[in-house]
Structure formats: structure tokens, C-alpha cells
Design a protein around this ligand. Structure first.
Ligand code: CP
Length: 314
């Protein structure tokens, strides 16, 4: 594996999950594997979990992680081919990515979407410029359209909590938010849940349809209460509109889950990738209650990253 940027196959996902579970039980067992190697974690956007868990994962494998917050510490990057750089940008991605590729054995990149240039975002233009010019293996720390390390941790967490001998029902529900939020987590969760063979229902207010590229095979149900019936796992996430690109159409707070929403899904577990806006996206009642497995999800980010890095190291 040279790139970890998206769901590839159920077989690979299962292999990665198995290894992640192994590392969870034995975090330092492969400490010699990454000795003498460096991973560069390049953030064009903020992060708490991805930043810390990727570094811990690399350290568990004996690698040296170096984090660069390019949005604050690096030169302003020009991404466009053939640009005349007579405005704010100082360094071209061609030069910067090539230099980073010469410093690191693996690069890990976070590059959010603009939510204004739809075409550029859906082509994952910025993220792919790093791949094009770095020449080394690349791990996505969340691109414009996908967050595969999050999804791998999510699938691992579902596997740990899933009732046995049953095809589980997973619901991805939109939640209210005051800001325009990217689609990456929701897209990726749908891609991985469907790919891993789960029965996925997606529910959202009208106008919040995700890119159909990621939802083929899911049931779409605009009535949230109906969607939640008999759910085993409920994944909560806000995203902005995809068709009316990057827009906020509603902030209807009846979509925020409370215990009342679980009348017909008594044992459902609730997931969220975090950060979460309490009592806007999800109620304290749910987040602090027995249904919530958000902390386990966050903890599993370490072992998901460790599994992927280990796979790339070979
Ligand atoms: N879930 C997630 O990616 O968290 P951070 O944005 O804090 O890294």
C-alpha cells in the first residue's frame, strides 16, 4: 500500500481493522518496525485527535513524527499549475511537496475543502497536488471529500460493539450546526459502512443530499424518526448542502438527538467523530449517557493510524 486515501476493498478494510485491534492490545509490539524512519504530518487546517493520534501511532512503531502546521508556520502555498506568483503565495506546491518528500518516508496530509469551489473540492485538488509532487507514500488526515482514518476507527469501534450473528443497522444522521461544515466525514463513513457490508440508512433534512458517489447502496430516509427505528448504531454529523454547495439550508434543532429519539432503538449506540458542539449537534444527555461511544472512537484513532502506517511500512 502506497496511499491511504479512501476505502479500497472489504478485504483490505478487514485486514486493517484486525491489525488495529491487535495494536490496541499490544501497542508497542512493533516498536522496531519504524526505527530510523520519519513521518511528516502536514496540517493545512486545525486538528486535535488526528494530530495527536497519528503522532502516538508513529511513536508506537518507533518512527519519528514531525508536525507542520502549514496554515500558521509554513509559507503560503500556491497550488495552481503555471501560476504567476505575484500575489500572496510564496512557495509553489511543486517545490514544497518535493522538499517534504525528500525529508520524510511517509507524508500525512490534512487539506479541507474550500466549500466555495465545488469542482476543485470534489477533485480533491489540493490533496492530490501533494500526492503528485511528493513522490512518497501519502496518508490522508482528512481531505476535501474523505476522512478515511476516522472511518477506519469508526468501523473498528462498530465491530467491537456490534451484536453477534446479526446484520447490523447503522444510521448516519445529519445534525444542526451554525457553520458550513465539510462533507468528508459523512462521505467517508458512508463509503466505509457500505463497503464493510453494513445496512446503512442516511437521514437528513431535504436539501442535504450527499454526493451520490458515496451513498450508492444506502437507504435514504428524510424522516429521522423512521430512520432511527431498530438502529444498532447512530452516527451523528453535520454537513453543509452538496447540491447548493457549501450552504446552510436549516439549523432545525429538532434534528438534535435526545433520549426521546430512541423510543424504537432502545439499545442503539451513538457515535460522533468529535469535535462536537454540545447541545447544538448532540445533547449532553446523549453524550454523557450510556449510549455514547465517542471516547472509544477517539481512542481507536491511535490504532487505526498505527495499522495504516504499519501497512505502508510493509
Ligand atoms: N475527528 C477528527 O478528525 O478530529 P480532529 O479534527 O480534532 O483531528
Amino acid at each position: 500500500m502506497k496511499y491511504f486515501t479512501q476505502f479500497e476493498s472489504r478485504a483490505i478494510a478487514e485486514q486493517l481493522i484486525e491489525k488495529a485491534l491487535f495494536y490496541k492490545a499490544n501497542p508497542r509490539i512493533d516498536h522496531a518496525k519504524g526505527a530510523g524512519k520519519r513521518i511528516g504530518c502536514i496540517f493545512l487546517n486545525p486538528s486535535l485527535r488526528t494530530r495527536a493520534s497519528t503522532q502516538i501511532a508513529a511513536l508506537n512503531l518507533g518512527m519519528e513524527p514531525i508536525v507542520m502546521n502549514m496554515d500558521k508556520e509554513g509559507w503560503a502555498l500556491e497550488m495552481k499549475e503555471g501560476a504567476v506568483m505575484n500575489k500572496g503565495t510564496v512557495e509553489h506546491i511543486k517545490d514544497a511537496a518535493a522538499v517534504l518528500g525528500s525529508y520524510f518516508d511517509i507524508l500525512a496530509i490534512r487539506a479541507f475543502p474550500s466549500l466555495t469551489n465545488k469542482q476543485e473540492d470534489i477533485e480533491d485538488f489540493i490533496f492530490n497536488q501533494f500526492i503528485k509532487y511528493s513522490g512518497v507514500p501519502v496518508i490522508s488526515l482528512e481531505s476535501a471529500i474523505r476522512h478515511p482514518l476516522q472511518s477506519l476507527a469508526d468501523m473498528m469501534t462498530i465491530g467491537e460493539h456490534a451484536p453477534k450473528n446479526k446484520r447490523i443497522k447503522v444510521v448516519l444522521t445529519w445534525a444542526p450546526h451554525i457553520k458550513a461544515i465539510p462533507h468528508a466525514v459523512a462521505n467517508s463513513f458512508a463509503e466505509w459502512a457500505i463497503g464493510c457490508g453494513h445496512d446503512l440508512t442516511i437521514t437528513h433534512p431535504d436539501g442535504y443530499q450527499l454526493d451520490p458517489m458515496f451513498t450508492k447502496g444506502a437507504h435514504i430516509e428524510l424522516d429521522q424518526h423512521k430512520a432511527l427505528e431498530d438502529a444498532d448504531f447512530v452516527y451523528v454529523k453535520n454537513w453543509s448542502a452538496f447540491n447548493d454547495y457549501g450552504k446552510i439550508i436549516t439549523t432545525d434543532n429538532s434534528w438534535m438527538l435526545t433520549e426521546k429519539h430512541f423510543k424504537h432503538a432502545k439499545s442503539a449506540k451513538v457515535m460522533h467523530c468529535l469535535p462536537v458542539r454540545r447541545n447544538l449537534e448532540l445533547s449532553d444527555e446523549i453524550l454523557d449517557g450510556k449510549r455514547s461511544i465517542v471516547q472509544e472512537q477517539a481512542n481507536n484513532r491511535i490504532y487505526a493510524a498505527q495499522s495504516v502506517i504499519s501497512h505502508i511500512l510493509g
